[in-house]
Design a binder for this molecule. Structure first.
Ligand code: SER
Length: 648
């Protein structure tokens, strides 16, 4: 079954069960300073999983574009990609396990036509120290579902992934029988954005999950992974195709301290379901193909590349891996560019640059002529434009420009390589510099060294350096995560409301043409990027501060309104440049003084913005944090200024 067909079938199936189909959010998260990219379907929905009402109701479904930068080095095998579409359905306090699991099973077996004999499922075995119970309800539902299609489904308490390699599919069962439903620990069957329960910051939602795996009976277990195979084994015999998260818990501050953690979870206001399924993987298993690169758009990108070289996909593992890296990386690059990312040395632009640079190196391995990579853009446009209209603008010139620029860097990198290799070895530091500054992937350094007869490469030391580097950036992003809007703490919420007051004040002082171009809010400070061509004068800054403080002193009501997108636009509500919104939207208005939820007096507001919240109910609350003050006003790029401000 083709990708587009699977997507259509899934959305139609969800619609039949009463879901509203919502558009995919951008790969660049809107109003979420906690992360660089949208990496899962639930990310844009966090405020609603935490209990806020969604304007489109309590049953939602979509196909969400995702990019996982952490997976760049994994790409090359038959199933890992950095970009993917995640099919999603959500219950926001509506249905729960006994609806979700049967629906997904029905979708796979009836709509896609998968043989239930090929399906294996997992459930959460519980976590005593955190007071989280075993999910026996999920296993009972699965047993009934398998029984209905005549499959005897045995339950195996496999425990951890490491246990799996030792115990395998038949552990604890009578001879000749094997498991179908497997219990694993929190490492495998607990989902939160921060991972296992211990790693979750206070205020983060999470819950036990139940995954479905497809078995490729023609793939032999590879004992390099352990003696026995099991659903979570990485040998490639089993492929995860969907995950139902029962999002019902929230991490709370433990009253007894960290050693006694069993009171560290509370219940969310409602029981939610967060389901995510890999579209490309489901399409691949519908054709019983264990190689997802052999189906759909990825295959058509590879076919296009093959026209320009004598090397054939599948002829040799290295050649095959090179094709996979290019097809994956270039597709990700196209989608990122379509969402406004440009190659640079920082943040999102850095990842885009890395994707293109890695592709250039692998293109050389395949003898692809210079400029071939840019031609992938046209294939991606043709494949995805119907679903993702943002792919109508052609960015192939920018890819070509980046390739040309990189070739100059590469030329210098090769000189460095020769210099480093002068003493017959490549040290950890040399390798690290080649990877981070010159964009050489490690495997190519090893190859290049091999060709030059250099035997000593300190790959272990290099990995250690890389890990230190990653730990540092992870610590940085955890800091961001804790302090970000998503933590919905009082301090952050107050600064979020202040942010609305500030945007309007800027428009009053500088002119109505001022538009927001980015935002980032932590517990300590707010940051706004806005369109304005020159440095603000001292007087302008003082006047903006005066207005914001005046609005705080007036104690204006802050009101959330739901309305048709069209009506919000007519009211002149501010919205993020380039963002896509559903038909019904959430809008926050500030003022006038006597506005109420029943009568928000939208013609008289001080400020009105498309926004998912959260906000304080009255601006007077902000004075409890202090007075509004601009700390810094500076340029970020041509025509864009940035303000950092605080309440103190
Ligand atoms: N949040 C879960 C995941 O990303 C399911 O959507 O796997």
């Amino acid at each position: 079954m083709e990708l587009n067909e699977v997507r259509e079938k899934y959305l139609a199936f969800c619609k039949k069960q009463g879901h509203t189909i919502i558009p995919s959010s951008s790969l660049v998260p809107e109003n979420d300073p906690t992360t660089l990219f949208t990496g899962s379907g639930m990310q844009p929905l966090v405020p609603y999983l935490l209990g806020k009402n969604h304007p489109s109701g309590s049953r939602l479904a979509d196909s969400q574009k995702c990019f996982r930068s952490g997976d760049i080095e994994e790409v090359g095998d038959n199933r890992h990609t950095t970009f993917f579409e995640m099919l999603g359905n959500w219950s926001l306090g509506d249905y729960f396990k006994k609806e979700q699991l049967p629906w997904f099973f029905e979708f796979l077996t009836k709509e896609i036509g998968l043989d239930p004999q090929r399906l294996y499922v997992t459930a959460f075995m519980g976590d005593e120290k955190n007071g989280l119970p075993k999910d026996s309800e999920a296993t009972e539902i699965w047993q009934q579902l398998f029984a209905q299609v005549g499959v005897d489904a045995e339950v195996v308490e496999i425990g951890s992934e490491a246990d799996g390699y030792i115990k395998g599919m038949s552990w604890g069962l009578p001879a000749g029988r094997q498991g179908r439903i497997f219990y694993y620990d929190a490492k495998k069957n607990w989902w939160s954005r921060a991972g296992v329960p211990e790693n979750m910051p206070v205020g983060e939602p999470g819950g036990p999950d139940s995954e479905v795996f497809y078995e490729f009976t023609d793939v032999e277990h590879d004992s390099a992974w352990g003696e026995h195979c099991h659903p979570n084994c990485d040998c490639g015999r089993f492929l995860e195709i969907g995950n139902s998260v029962f999002m019902q818990y929230i991490k709370q501050a433990s009253s007894t301290g960290s050693e006694q953690a069993d009171d560290s979870f509370g219940l969310l206001p409602k029981l939610n379901v967060d389901f995510g399924g890999g579209l490309e993987r489901i399409a691949a298993v519908s054709e019983n193909s264990s190689d997802i690169f052999l189906v759909g758009p990825l295959w058509r990108i590879i076919s296009e590349l093959q026209k320009h070289t004598e090397f054939e996909y599948g002829s040799d593992p290295k050649i095959t891996a090179a094709y996979r890296v290019i097809a994956d990386h270039m597709r990700s690059a196209c989608f990122l560019m379509a969402d406004g990312v440009v190659p640079s040395n920082a943040d999102r632009g850095y990842f885009l640059r890395r994707l293109i640079r890695r592709s250039v190196r692998y293109a050389d391995k395949l003898n692809l002529p210079i400029g071939t990579l840019a031609s992938v853009y046209a294939v991606v446009m043709q494949e995805y434009q119907k679903q993702y209209p943002e792919l109508t603008v052609d960015h192939s010139d920018a890819i070509r420009a980046e390739e040309d620029k990189f070739r100059e860097t590469l030329h210098r990198g090769m000189k460095e390589f020769t210099r480093f290799a002068g003493d017959g070895s490549i040290s950890a530091k040399d390798a690290f510099q080649l990877v981070t500054t010159y964009g050489f992937p490690l495997e190519l350094i090893i190859e290049e060294a091999g060709e030059r007869g250099i035997k000593q490469i300190d790959t272990e030391g290099f990995k250690e350096l890389l890990k230190q580097h990653q730990d540092l950036s992870r610590a940085g992003s955890e800091q961001k995560f804790k302090g970000g809007l998503a933590d919905t703490s009082e301090k952050t919420t107050r600064l979020h409301t202040t942010h609305h007051l500030l945007l309007k004040a800027l428009q009053i002082v500088l002119g109505p043409g001022v538009k927001q171009r980015g935002s980032n809010i932590t517990q300590e400070r707010l940051r706004i990027d806005f369109s304005w061509p020159e440095k603000m004068t001292e007087d302008q800054k003082r006047e903006v501060e005066r207005i914001v403080n005046e609005k705080i002193a007036e104690d204006l009501p802050v009101i959330r309104n739901e309305m048709a997108k069209e009506d919000a636009e007519k009211l002149g509500a501010e919205h993020e440049f380039g963002a896509k919104y559903p038909e019904r939207v959430s809008v926050y208005s500030v003022g006038p003084k006597n506005a109420t939820e029943e009568n928000p007096q939208l013609d008289e507001v001080y400020s009105i913005e498309f926004c998912g919240g959260p906000h304080v109910t009255h601006t007077g609350e902000l004075s409890e944090s202090g007075t509004f003050k601009i700390l810094k006003e500076e340029a970020v790029s041509a025509g864009i200024r940035r303000i950092r401000a605080v309440l103190e």
